[in-house]
Write a protein that binds this ligand. Structure first.
Ligand SMILES: C[S@@+](CC[C@H](N)C(=O)[O-])C[C@H]1O[C@@H](n2cnc3c(N)ncnc32)[C@H](O)[C@@H]1O
Length: 222
């Protein structure tokens, strides 16, 4: 599996340059600013307590800012209109994606989370670009939406066990067209990578070179 830098991925697949990312820093900074409160609260807590709280509420850490930049850049550069995301949590990854759609003047993030309070921190200005589905497993909530909407970008960040990732991919992959992109959070986990390799026949799969310790996988349909 090839490791790729974000700039290289953008150049290879969308003929976009690194200057493009620099131009868009402002949009990404806006979302980073909105999440600063949570990040500072987390910094002041013992990481073991954060992990225990997360486990107790069946949720875990939100994405690293580098991953936010990758979500924003790939969503923007690919010209995606319809994004699917599993694992909304507070809504920070949703906000990076919705921010790209807003800057492109259109599209929607269809985001799915079993947790009823998911999406609490999505900025109001981004809500016209978000449709939330909450309260049931993603594999039950996605099919009725997939009957009407064809996603071009899928961000997988809910379950990170082999079966969980595989089940979500099996629901969504039959709907994806050529050049569609799937991004995986927690690609550091061998079971997430294995599920991607086992289901994604005909895709090129990369590991993104970034400082996110959880790592990001990117698969593009050939
Ligand atoms: C790692 S968090 C998502 C973080 C979020 N993407 C962010 O960057 O802020 C994982 C989320 O997945 C949700 N989740 C876990 N299993 C799920 C399932 N089967 N269906 C839908 N959501 C699920 C949890 O409730 C939790 O909010």
């Amino acid at each position: 599996m090839e490791t790729i830098q974000l700039d290289e991925f953008l150049k290879q697949h969308y003929s976009q340059s690194c200057e493009f990312i620099a131009d868009k820093q402002e949009a990404v900074q806006r979302v980073n600013h909105d999440r600063a409160r949570e990040m500072s609260l987390r910094k002041s807590l013992d990481p073991r307590i954060v992990r225990r709280l997360d486990a107790g509420f069946a949720r875990s850490n939100t994405v690293h800012p580098d991953t936010g930049r990758a979500l924003y850049s790939i969503c923007f550069a690919s010209g995606t209109q319809n994004v699917f995301e599993t694992g909304t949590y507070w809504g920070f990854s949703t906000a990076y994606l919705a921010s790209a759609l807003k800057d492109k003047h259109g599209g929607k993030v269809y985001t799915f989370d079993i947790y009823q309070k998911a999406g609490k921190h999505i900025p109001k200005s981004l809500m016209p670009f978000v449709e939330m589905h909450k309260g049931l497993p993603s594999t039950e909530m996605m099919p009725p939406v997939l009957a009407k909407i064809i996603p071009e970008l899928f961000f997988q960040d809910s379950r990170h066990d082999y079966e969980g990732v595989k089940e979500e991919l099996e629901v969504i992959v039959p709907h994806l067209k050529q050049n569609s992109v799937i991004m995986f959070h927690d690609f550091v986990a061998p079971e997430v990578r294995q599920a991607a390799v086992d289901v994604l026949d005909g895709y090129t799969i990369y590991v993104l070179d970034s400082s996110d310790p959880q790592q990001v996988g990117i698969a593009i349909k050939n």
